[in-house]
Design a protein. Structure first.
Length: 557
Protein backbone atom coordinates (compact mmCIF):
# COMPACT_ATOMS: atom_id res chain seq x y z
CA UNK A 1 0.00 0.00 0.00
CA UNK A 2 1.32 3.47 -0.93
CA UNK A 3 1.86 5.78 2.05
CA UNK A 4 -0.13 9.03 1.87
CA UNK A 5 2.27 11.96 2.49
CA UNK A 6 -0.73 13.97 3.75
CA UNK A 7 -1.88 11.21 6.07
CA UNK A 8 -2.58 13.71 8.89
CA UNK A 9 -3.05 17.14 7.31
CA UNK A 10 -5.91 16.14 4.97
CA UNK A 11 -8.15 15.94 8.03
CA UNK A 12 -7.04 19.41 9.13
CA UNK A 13 -7.21 21.26 5.81
CA UNK A 14 -9.29 19.54 3.11
CA UNK A 15 -12.90 20.22 2.19
CA UNK A 16 -15.47 23.00 2.76
CA UNK A 17 -15.77 22.28 6.49
CA UNK A 18 -12.10 23.18 7.03
CA UNK A 19 -12.34 26.67 5.55
CA UNK A 20 -11.86 28.35 8.99
CA UNK A 21 -8.55 26.54 9.50
CA UNK A 22 -7.35 27.49 6.03
CA UNK A 23 -8.45 31.08 6.57
CA UNK A 24 -6.35 31.43 9.73
CA UNK A 25 -3.27 29.95 8.04
CA UNK A 26 -3.70 32.30 5.08
CA UNK A 27 -3.65 35.23 7.52
CA UNK A 28 0.06 34.54 8.14
CA UNK A 29 1.01 34.02 4.52
CA UNK A 30 0.24 30.43 3.58
CA UNK A 31 -1.32 29.93 0.15
CA UNK A 32 -3.70 27.33 -1.24
CA UNK A 33 -0.70 25.70 -2.91
CA UNK A 34 1.14 25.56 0.43
CA UNK A 35 -1.84 23.98 2.14
CA UNK A 36 -2.18 21.32 -0.55
CA UNK A 37 1.28 19.97 0.28
CA UNK A 38 2.31 17.86 3.29
CA UNK A 39 2.80 19.83 6.51
CA UNK A 40 6.20 19.28 8.12
CA UNK A 41 6.82 20.53 11.65
CA UNK A 42 10.27 22.04 12.23
CA UNK A 43 10.63 22.21 16.01
CA UNK A 44 13.62 23.73 17.77
CA UNK A 45 14.78 25.00 21.14
CA UNK A 46 16.11 28.51 20.46
CA UNK A 47 16.35 30.59 23.62
CA UNK A 48 18.34 33.68 24.51
CA UNK A 49 20.18 32.15 27.44
CA UNK A 50 22.68 29.64 26.06
CA UNK A 51 25.19 29.07 23.28
CA UNK A 52 23.96 25.46 23.01
CA UNK A 53 20.85 26.42 21.03
CA UNK A 54 21.93 29.79 19.66
CA UNK A 55 22.04 28.63 16.02
CA UNK A 56 18.64 26.91 15.99
CA UNK A 57 16.69 29.63 14.19
CA UNK A 58 19.28 29.73 11.40
CA UNK A 59 19.28 25.95 11.15
CA UNK A 60 15.48 25.88 11.07
CA UNK A 61 15.49 28.21 8.07
CA UNK A 62 17.78 25.84 6.19
CA UNK A 63 15.69 22.80 7.13
CA UNK A 64 12.62 24.65 5.85
CA UNK A 65 14.36 25.44 2.59
CA UNK A 66 15.09 21.74 2.18
CA UNK A 67 11.49 20.77 2.93
CA UNK A 68 10.16 23.26 0.36
CA UNK A 69 12.66 22.10 -2.26
CA UNK A 70 11.39 18.54 -1.80
CA UNK A 71 7.70 19.46 -2.10
CA UNK A 72 6.57 20.02 1.49
CA UNK A 73 5.27 22.95 3.51
CA UNK A 74 7.37 23.52 6.64
CA UNK A 75 5.87 25.02 9.79
CA UNK A 76 8.37 26.25 12.37
CA UNK A 77 7.75 26.19 16.11
CA UNK A 78 9.90 26.34 19.21
CA UNK A 79 9.99 24.93 22.70
CA UNK A 80 12.05 25.52 25.84
CA UNK A 81 15.41 24.54 27.25
CA UNK A 82 17.04 24.61 30.67
CA UNK A 83 20.80 24.88 30.34
CA UNK A 84 22.77 22.69 32.71
CA UNK A 85 26.06 24.56 32.48
CA UNK A 86 24.40 27.79 33.61
CA UNK A 87 22.00 26.38 36.22
CA UNK A 88 24.58 23.96 37.65
CA UNK A 89 25.04 24.14 41.42
CA UNK A 90 21.88 26.18 42.03
CA UNK A 91 18.23 25.46 42.73
CA UNK A 92 17.65 26.09 39.02
CA UNK A 93 19.40 22.84 38.16
CA UNK A 94 16.40 20.95 39.53
CA UNK A 95 14.51 22.11 36.44
CA UNK A 96 16.93 20.47 33.99
CA UNK A 97 15.78 16.84 33.86
CA UNK A 98 12.18 17.95 34.32
CA UNK A 99 12.58 20.02 31.15
CA UNK A 100 13.17 16.82 29.16
CA UNK A 101 9.57 15.80 29.83
CA UNK A 102 8.25 19.30 29.11
CA UNK A 103 10.10 19.51 25.79
CA UNK A 104 8.86 16.08 24.70
CA UNK A 105 5.31 16.90 25.82
CA UNK A 106 5.26 20.29 24.09
CA UNK A 107 6.60 18.94 20.79
CA UNK A 108 4.05 16.14 20.94
CA UNK A 109 1.19 18.54 21.62
CA UNK A 110 2.05 21.02 18.85
CA UNK A 111 2.47 18.19 16.36
CA UNK A 112 -0.70 16.33 17.34
CA UNK A 113 -2.70 19.54 17.70
CA UNK A 114 -1.92 20.70 14.17
CA UNK A 115 -1.84 17.30 12.47
CA UNK A 116 1.63 17.62 10.99
CA UNK A 117 2.52 14.86 8.56
CA UNK A 118 6.21 14.73 9.51
CA UNK A 119 8.63 16.30 11.96
CA UNK A 120 12.23 17.49 12.17
CA UNK A 121 13.34 18.10 15.76
CA UNK A 122 16.37 20.38 16.17
CA UNK A 123 18.10 19.92 19.52
CA UNK A 124 21.01 21.45 21.40
CA UNK A 125 21.43 21.49 25.18
CA UNK A 126 21.49 18.15 26.98
CA UNK A 127 17.84 17.34 27.70
CA UNK A 128 16.47 18.66 24.41
CA UNK A 129 18.27 15.90 22.50
CA UNK A 130 16.56 12.86 24.08
CA UNK A 131 13.35 14.88 24.40
CA UNK A 132 13.10 15.36 20.63
CA UNK A 133 13.65 11.64 20.06
CA UNK A 134 11.14 10.75 22.77
CA UNK A 135 8.57 12.91 20.97
CA UNK A 136 9.38 11.28 17.62
CA UNK A 137 8.92 7.83 19.16
CA UNK A 138 5.58 8.81 20.71
CA UNK A 139 4.20 10.38 17.56
CA UNK A 140 5.60 7.73 15.19
CA UNK A 141 5.24 9.93 12.13
CA UNK A 142 8.10 10.21 9.63
CA UNK A 143 10.85 12.32 11.16
CA UNK A 144 14.39 12.72 12.38
CA UNK A 145 16.46 14.58 14.96
CA UNK A 146 19.20 17.06 14.04
CA UNK A 147 21.65 18.28 16.69
CA UNK A 148 22.78 21.90 16.54
CA UNK A 149 26.40 20.89 16.96
CA UNK A 150 29.27 21.23 19.39
CA UNK A 151 30.89 24.47 20.43
CA UNK A 152 34.51 24.84 19.37
CA UNK A 153 37.20 24.43 21.98
CA UNK A 154 38.71 27.46 23.66
CA UNK A 155 42.45 28.03 24.00
CA UNK A 156 44.45 29.03 27.05
CA UNK A 157 48.24 29.10 27.10
CA UNK A 158 48.38 26.70 24.16
CA UNK A 159 45.93 24.26 25.78
CA UNK A 160 42.50 23.45 24.34
CA UNK A 161 39.84 23.98 26.99
CA UNK A 162 36.09 23.50 27.49
CA UNK A 163 33.50 24.46 30.08
CA UNK A 164 34.77 21.54 32.18
CA UNK A 165 38.00 23.49 32.72
CA UNK A 166 36.04 26.44 34.13
CA UNK A 167 34.33 24.26 36.74
CA UNK A 168 37.66 22.73 37.71
CA UNK A 169 39.28 26.18 37.79
CA UNK A 170 36.71 27.19 40.40
CA UNK A 171 37.92 24.29 42.56
CA UNK A 172 41.54 25.30 41.98
CA UNK A 173 40.73 28.91 42.93
CA UNK A 174 38.88 27.90 46.10
CA UNK A 175 41.83 25.75 47.17
CA UNK A 176 44.30 28.57 46.52
CA UNK A 177 46.00 26.93 43.54
CA UNK A 178 45.21 29.74 41.09
CA UNK A 179 44.37 33.42 41.50
CA UNK A 180 41.34 35.46 40.39
CA UNK A 181 43.06 36.69 37.22
CA UNK A 182 43.70 33.15 35.96
CA UNK A 183 40.15 32.09 36.83
CA UNK A 184 38.76 35.05 34.88
CA UNK A 185 40.99 34.30 31.89
CA UNK A 186 39.83 30.68 31.75
CA UNK A 187 36.22 31.86 32.14
CA UNK A 188 36.64 34.25 29.21
CA UNK A 189 38.28 31.76 26.85
CA UNK A 190 36.52 28.43 27.41
CA UNK A 191 33.35 29.09 25.39
CA UNK A 192 34.20 30.87 22.11
CA UNK A 193 30.78 30.83 20.37
CA UNK A 194 27.58 28.96 19.58
CA UNK A 195 27.22 25.24 20.23
CA UNK A 196 26.80 22.75 23.07
CA UNK A 197 29.61 21.90 25.52
CA UNK A 198 32.59 20.59 23.59
CA UNK A 199 33.69 17.33 25.21
CA UNK A 200 32.00 13.93 25.20
CA UNK A 201 29.68 15.37 27.81
CA UNK A 202 25.93 14.66 27.79
CA UNK A 203 25.03 16.69 24.69
CA UNK A 204 27.67 15.14 22.45
CA UNK A 205 27.11 11.72 24.02
CA UNK A 206 23.44 11.78 23.05
CA UNK A 207 24.20 13.32 19.66
CA UNK A 208 26.57 10.47 18.82
CA UNK A 209 24.28 7.84 20.36
CA UNK A 210 21.42 8.93 18.11
CA UNK A 211 23.62 8.71 15.01
CA UNK A 212 24.36 5.13 16.07
CA UNK A 213 20.66 4.56 16.75
CA UNK A 214 19.86 5.75 13.23
CA UNK A 215 17.36 8.49 14.09
CA UNK A 216 19.91 11.15 13.04
CA UNK A 217 21.91 10.95 9.79
CA UNK A 218 25.42 9.59 10.37
CA UNK A 219 28.01 12.37 10.92
CA UNK A 220 25.39 15.12 10.46
CA UNK A 221 25.15 15.78 14.19
CA UNK A 222 28.94 15.76 14.49
CA UNK A 223 29.45 18.86 12.33
CA UNK A 224 30.28 21.65 14.82
CA UNK A 225 27.75 24.44 15.30
CA UNK A 226 29.76 27.15 13.55
CA UNK A 227 31.14 25.00 10.73
CA UNK A 228 29.74 26.31 7.39
CA UNK A 229 28.77 22.74 6.51
CA UNK A 230 26.17 22.73 9.31
CA UNK A 231 23.76 24.71 7.15
CA UNK A 232 24.26 22.23 4.30
CA UNK A 233 23.41 19.39 6.70
CA UNK A 234 20.26 21.23 7.84
CA UNK A 235 19.11 21.72 4.24
CA UNK A 236 19.77 18.05 3.50
CA UNK A 237 17.71 17.04 6.56
CA UNK A 238 14.77 19.02 5.17
CA UNK A 239 14.94 17.01 1.97
CA UNK A 240 15.56 13.80 3.89
CA UNK A 241 12.41 14.10 6.02
CA UNK A 242 10.37 14.44 2.84
CA UNK A 243 11.97 11.24 1.53
CA UNK A 244 11.02 9.47 4.78
CA UNK A 245 7.48 10.83 4.43
CA UNK A 246 7.09 9.66 0.84
CA UNK A 247 8.31 6.18 1.80
CA UNK A 248 6.25 6.05 5.01
CA UNK A 249 9.29 5.27 7.21
CA UNK A 250 8.46 6.08 10.82
CA UNK A 251 10.65 6.30 13.96
CA UNK A 252 9.50 3.02 15.48
CA UNK A 253 10.77 1.22 12.37
CA UNK A 254 14.19 2.63 13.24
CA UNK A 255 14.15 2.64 17.07
CA UNK A 256 14.33 -1.12 17.56
CA UNK A 257 15.91 -3.15 20.34
CA UNK A 258 18.96 -3.91 18.19
CA UNK A 259 19.31 -0.26 17.15
CA UNK A 260 19.24 0.82 20.81
CA UNK A 261 21.95 -1.74 21.51
CA UNK A 262 24.02 -0.02 18.79
CA UNK A 263 23.45 3.32 20.51
CA UNK A 264 24.60 1.88 23.85
CA UNK A 265 27.71 0.41 22.21
CA UNK A 266 28.46 3.85 20.76
CA UNK A 267 28.20 5.41 24.22
CA UNK A 268 30.52 2.78 25.71
CA UNK A 269 33.08 3.05 22.91
CA UNK A 270 33.33 6.83 23.33
CA UNK A 271 33.37 6.98 27.14
CA UNK A 272 30.09 8.87 27.12
CA UNK A 273 27.99 10.42 29.85
CA UNK A 274 26.17 8.35 32.49
CA UNK A 275 23.07 10.37 31.55
CA UNK A 276 22.83 8.18 28.46
CA UNK A 277 21.43 5.45 30.72
CA UNK A 278 18.48 7.61 31.76
CA UNK A 279 17.84 8.92 28.29
CA UNK A 280 18.06 5.68 26.33
CA UNK A 281 15.82 3.96 28.87
CA UNK A 282 13.30 6.77 28.35
CA UNK A 283 13.49 6.56 24.55
CA UNK A 284 13.07 2.78 24.66
CA UNK A 285 9.98 3.15 26.80
CA UNK A 286 8.45 5.65 24.38
CA UNK A 287 9.17 3.31 21.46
CA UNK A 288 7.73 0.26 23.21
CA UNK A 289 11.12 -1.46 23.36
CA UNK A 290 12.06 -3.50 26.43
CA UNK A 291 15.33 -2.28 27.94
CA UNK A 292 16.83 -2.47 31.44
CA UNK A 293 19.88 -0.94 33.10
CA UNK A 294 21.53 -4.36 33.10
CA UNK A 295 21.62 -4.24 29.30
CA UNK A 296 24.08 -1.34 29.57
CA UNK A 297 26.49 -3.41 31.65
CA UNK A 298 26.18 -6.40 29.35
CA UNK A 299 27.07 -4.30 26.30
CA UNK A 300 29.82 -2.43 28.15
CA UNK A 301 31.56 -5.71 29.01
CA UNK A 302 32.05 -6.56 25.32
CA UNK A 303 32.64 -3.06 23.88
CA UNK A 304 36.17 -1.61 23.80
CA UNK A 305 36.76 2.01 24.79
CA UNK A 306 38.09 3.58 21.60
CA UNK A 307 37.65 7.36 21.61
CA UNK A 308 40.12 9.48 23.61
CA UNK A 309 37.70 12.27 24.55
CA UNK A 310 37.27 14.81 27.31
CA UNK A 311 36.33 14.96 30.18
CA UNK A 312 38.86 12.24 30.98
CA UNK A 313 40.72 12.07 27.66
CA UNK A 314 42.66 14.46 25.45
CA UNK A 315 40.36 15.54 22.64
CA UNK A 316 37.16 17.54 22.07
CA UNK A 317 34.06 16.85 19.98
CA UNK A 318 35.18 19.04 17.03
CA UNK A 319 38.41 17.05 16.90
CA UNK A 320 36.35 13.84 16.90
CA UNK A 321 34.49 15.18 13.85
CA UNK A 322 37.76 16.06 12.11
CA UNK A 323 39.02 12.51 12.76
CA UNK A 324 36.06 11.01 10.91
CA UNK A 325 33.30 11.09 13.49
CA UNK A 326 30.98 8.34 14.64
CA UNK A 327 31.15 6.65 11.26
CA UNK A 328 34.69 5.57 12.15
CA UNK A 329 33.55 4.32 15.57
CA UNK A 330 30.73 2.40 13.86
CA UNK A 331 33.27 0.87 11.48
CA UNK A 332 35.42 -0.26 14.41
CA UNK A 333 32.39 -1.86 16.07
CA UNK A 334 31.40 -3.50 12.80
CA UNK A 335 34.89 -4.98 12.43
CA UNK A 336 34.71 -6.19 16.04
CA UNK A 337 31.44 -8.01 15.38
CA UNK A 338 29.58 -5.83 17.90
CA UNK A 339 27.47 -3.68 15.57
CA UNK A 340 23.99 -4.87 14.60
CA UNK A 341 24.70 -3.98 10.99
CA UNK A 342 21.30 -4.49 9.38
CA UNK A 343 19.40 -1.85 11.36
CA UNK A 344 17.75 0.86 9.25
CA UNK A 345 18.69 4.54 9.58
CA UNK A 346 16.92 7.72 8.46
CA UNK A 347 19.22 7.95 5.43
CA UNK A 348 17.58 4.84 4.00
CA UNK A 349 20.84 2.95 4.39
CA UNK A 350 21.62 0.48 7.15
CA UNK A 351 24.02 1.33 9.96
CA UNK A 352 26.36 -1.24 8.45
CA UNK A 353 26.31 0.65 5.14
CA UNK A 354 27.10 3.87 7.01
CA UNK A 355 29.97 2.21 8.85
CA UNK A 356 31.49 0.83 5.65
CA UNK A 357 31.27 4.30 4.04
CA UNK A 358 33.19 6.00 6.89
CA UNK A 359 36.23 8.09 5.98
CA UNK A 360 38.99 8.20 8.58
CA UNK A 361 41.36 11.17 8.60
CA UNK A 362 44.94 10.03 7.95
CA UNK A 363 47.04 10.02 11.09
CA UNK A 364 44.15 10.88 13.43
CA UNK A 365 44.72 10.05 17.10
CA UNK A 366 41.22 10.53 18.55
CA UNK A 367 39.75 7.10 17.73
CA UNK A 368 42.03 4.20 18.58
CA UNK A 369 42.48 1.08 16.42
CA UNK A 370 40.72 -2.08 17.57
CA UNK A 371 44.11 -3.63 18.24
CA UNK A 372 45.01 -0.99 20.84
CA UNK A 373 41.88 0.28 22.62
CA UNK A 374 42.14 2.60 25.59
CA UNK A 375 40.39 -0.14 27.57
CA UNK A 376 39.09 -3.56 26.54
CA UNK A 377 35.65 -2.75 27.95
CA UNK A 378 33.30 0.22 27.87
CA UNK A 379 33.21 3.53 29.68
CA UNK A 380 30.58 2.78 32.33
CA UNK A 381 29.31 -0.05 34.49
CA UNK A 382 26.15 -0.88 36.43
CA UNK A 383 26.56 -1.70 40.13
CA UNK A 384 24.15 -3.32 42.55
CA UNK A 385 24.45 -4.13 46.23
CA UNK A 386 23.10 -3.33 49.67
CA UNK A 387 23.06 0.41 48.83
CA UNK A 388 21.61 0.05 45.34
CA UNK A 389 19.16 -2.86 45.08
CA UNK A 390 17.75 -1.41 41.83
CA UNK A 391 21.17 -0.52 40.49
CA UNK A 392 23.34 2.55 39.94
CA UNK A 393 25.78 3.81 37.32
CA UNK A 394 29.54 4.31 37.59
CA UNK A 395 31.66 5.97 34.91
CA UNK A 396 35.04 4.25 34.56
CA UNK A 397 36.50 6.01 31.51
CA UNK A 398 40.00 7.13 32.42
CA UNK A 399 39.67 5.50 35.83
CA UNK A 400 42.34 3.06 37.01
CA UNK A 401 40.98 2.33 40.48
CA UNK A 402 38.72 -0.69 40.70
CA UNK A 403 37.87 -0.52 44.41
CA UNK A 404 37.43 2.14 47.05
CA UNK A 405 36.68 1.51 50.72
CA UNK A 406 36.21 4.48 53.01
CA UNK A 407 34.10 6.34 55.57
CA UNK A 408 30.90 8.06 54.52
CA UNK A 409 30.57 11.85 54.62
CA UNK A 410 26.81 12.28 54.34
CA UNK A 411 24.99 15.35 52.95
CA UNK A 412 21.31 15.86 52.26
CA UNK A 413 21.89 18.66 49.73
CA UNK A 414 24.43 19.33 47.00
CA UNK A 415 25.12 22.80 48.39
CA UNK A 416 26.22 21.35 51.74
CA UNK A 417 28.65 18.97 50.06
CA UNK A 418 30.12 21.79 47.95
CA UNK A 419 30.57 23.94 51.05
CA UNK A 420 32.45 21.09 52.76
CA UNK A 421 34.79 20.69 49.78
CA UNK A 422 35.31 24.44 49.58
CA UNK A 423 36.23 24.64 53.28
CA UNK A 424 38.69 21.74 53.02
CA UNK A 425 36.62 19.39 55.16
CA UNK A 426 36.82 16.45 52.74
CA UNK A 427 39.85 14.24 53.19
CA UNK A 428 41.56 11.59 51.07
CA UNK A 429 39.78 8.27 51.39
CA UNK A 430 36.34 9.74 52.12
CA UNK A 431 33.19 8.62 50.32
CA UNK A 432 30.98 11.67 49.82
CA UNK A 433 27.29 10.75 49.94
CA UNK A 434 24.79 13.24 48.47
CA UNK A 435 21.20 12.11 48.91
CA UNK A 436 17.64 13.46 48.58
CA UNK A 437 18.73 14.69 45.14
CA UNK A 438 16.99 11.92 43.15
CA UNK A 439 14.09 12.29 40.70
CA UNK A 440 11.50 12.62 43.49
CA UNK A 441 13.69 13.94 46.26
CA UNK A 442 15.34 16.80 44.42
CA UNK A 443 13.01 16.94 42.70
CA UNK A 444 14.69 16.74 39.32
CA UNK A 445 17.86 14.77 40.01
CA UNK A 446 20.44 17.54 39.85
CA UNK A 447 23.87 16.99 38.34
CA UNK A 448 26.83 17.33 40.69
CA UNK A 449 29.44 19.00 38.46
CA UNK A 450 29.99 21.84 40.92
CA UNK A 451 31.04 19.29 43.57
CA UNK A 452 33.00 16.96 41.28
CA UNK A 453 34.70 19.89 39.56
CA UNK A 454 35.66 21.31 42.96
CA UNK A 455 37.14 17.94 43.98
CA UNK A 456 39.24 17.79 40.82
CA UNK A 457 40.36 21.38 41.23
CA UNK A 458 41.31 20.74 44.87
CA UNK A 459 43.43 17.74 43.88
CA UNK A 460 41.12 15.19 45.52
CA UNK A 461 39.79 13.58 42.36
CA UNK A 462 42.03 10.52 42.62
CA UNK A 463 41.68 9.92 46.35
CA UNK A 464 37.97 10.24 47.19
CA UNK A 465 34.77 8.66 45.91
CA UNK A 466 31.29 10.12 45.58
CA UNK A 467 27.89 8.45 45.45
CA UNK A 468 24.51 10.07 44.96
CA UNK A 469 20.90 9.40 44.05
CA UNK A 470 21.27 12.43 41.81
CA UNK A 471 23.12 12.61 38.49
CA UNK A 472 26.49 13.61 37.12
CA UNK A 473 27.30 15.95 34.32
CA UNK A 474 28.89 14.39 31.28
CA UNK A 475 31.88 16.58 32.18
CA UNK A 476 32.38 14.68 35.43
CA UNK A 477 35.34 12.36 35.88
CA UNK A 478 36.73 10.55 38.89
CA UNK A 479 35.47 7.67 41.07
CA UNK A 480 31.80 8.64 40.95
CA UNK A 481 28.59 6.62 41.28
CA UNK A 482 25.21 8.14 40.43
CA UNK A 483 21.54 7.22 39.93
CA UNK A 484 21.57 5.17 43.17
CA UNK A 485 18.16 3.48 43.29
CA UNK A 486 15.89 3.35 45.10
CA UNK A 487 16.57 6.99 45.96
CA UNK A 488 16.49 8.29 49.52
CA UNK A 489 13.09 9.98 49.07
CA UNK A 490 11.63 6.62 48.02
CA UNK A 491 13.02 4.85 51.10
CA UNK A 492 16.19 3.53 49.50
CA UNK A 493 19.05 2.25 51.69
CA UNK A 494 21.07 5.40 50.94
CA UNK A 495 18.70 7.15 53.39
CA UNK A 496 20.03 4.94 56.23
CA UNK A 497 23.64 6.07 55.97
CA UNK A 498 25.42 7.97 58.73
CA UNK A 499 28.77 9.72 58.86
CA UNK A 500 31.55 7.17 59.35
CA UNK A 501 29.73 4.16 57.90
CA UNK A 502 32.20 2.21 55.79
CA UNK A 503 31.23 2.09 52.11
CA UNK A 504 32.79 -0.23 49.54
CA UNK A 505 32.68 0.48 45.79
CA UNK A 506 33.92 -2.56 43.86
CA UNK A 507 33.93 -2.12 40.08
CA UNK A 508 35.16 -5.61 39.28
CA UNK A 509 32.42 -7.27 41.34
CA UNK A 510 29.87 -4.62 40.25
CA UNK A 511 28.98 -3.91 43.88
CA UNK A 512 28.07 -0.89 46.01
CA UNK A 513 27.75 -1.88 49.65
CA UNK A 514 27.85 -0.54 53.17
CA UNK A 515 29.39 -2.59 55.95
CA UNK A 516 26.15 -2.87 57.91
CA UNK A 517 23.91 -5.87 58.43
CA UNK A 518 20.57 -6.00 56.58
CA UNK A 519 18.85 -5.85 59.96
CA UNK A 520 20.68 -2.64 60.89
CA UNK A 521 19.79 -1.03 57.55
CA UNK A 522 16.10 -1.91 58.06
CA UNK A 523 16.16 -0.61 61.62
CA UNK A 524 17.65 2.70 60.53
CA UNK A 525 15.22 3.10 57.62
CA UNK A 526 12.28 2.72 60.02
CA UNK A 527 13.63 5.70 61.97
CA UNK A 528 14.36 7.94 58.97
CA UNK A 529 12.53 11.26 58.79
CA UNK A 530 12.73 12.50 55.23
CA UNK A 531 13.07 16.23 54.58
CA UNK A 532 9.86 18.08 53.76
CA UNK A 533 9.27 18.33 49.98
CA UNK A 534 10.69 21.61 48.69
CA UNK A 535 7.77 22.22 46.31
CA UNK A 536 4.10 21.83 47.17
CA UNK A 537 2.68 23.01 43.83
CA UNK A 538 3.63 23.73 40.24
CA UNK A 539 5.67 21.77 37.72
CA UNK A 540 8.27 20.63 40.25
CA UNK A 541 5.70 19.14 42.63
CA UNK A 542 3.80 17.52 39.77
CA UNK A 543 7.02 15.89 38.52
CA UNK A 544 7.87 14.58 41.99
CA UNK A 545 4.45 12.92 42.20
CA UNK A 546 4.67 11.27 38.78
CA UNK A 547 8.31 10.41 38.14
CA UNK A 548 9.59 6.83 38.07
CA UNK A 549 12.85 5.50 39.48
CA UNK A 550 16.13 6.41 37.81
CA UNK A 551 16.52 2.70 37.12
CA UNK A 552 13.53 3.04 34.76
CA UNK A 553 14.67 6.26 33.08
CA UNK A 554 13.02 8.80 35.44
CA UNK A 555 10.02 9.10 33.13
CA UNK A 556 6.60 10.52 33.96
CA UNK A 557 4.41 8.64 31.50
Amino acid sequence: MTFDPRHKSRTLLDGPDRAPARSMLKAIGFTDADLARPLVGVGHCWIEVTPCNWNHQKMAQKVKEGVRAAGGTPIEFNTITVTDGIAMGTEGMKASLISREVVADSVELVTRGHLFDALVGISGCDKTIPAMVMALARLDIPGLMLYGGSIMYGEYHGRRITLQDVFEAVGAFNSGKIGPEELKEIENRACPGAGACGGQFTANTMSTAFEMLGISPMNGNGVPALDPRKEEVAFACGRLVMDLLKKGVTPRQIITRRAIENAIAGVMATGGSTNAVLHLLAVAREAGVRLTIDDFDRISRKTPLLADLKPWGRFTAPEMYQAGGMGVVARRLLDAGILNANELTVTGRTIGDEARAAREAPGQQVIRPLASPLKPTGGMVILRGSLAPEGCVAKVSGQTRLIHRGPARVFDREEDAFAAVKKGKIKAGDVIVIRYEGPKGGPGMREMLVVTGALQGAGLGESVALMTDGRFSGATHGFMVGHVAPEAAAGGPIAALKNGDVIVLDIKRRRLDVELSPAEIKKRLRAVKSPKPRYASGAMAKYARLVSSASEGAVTG
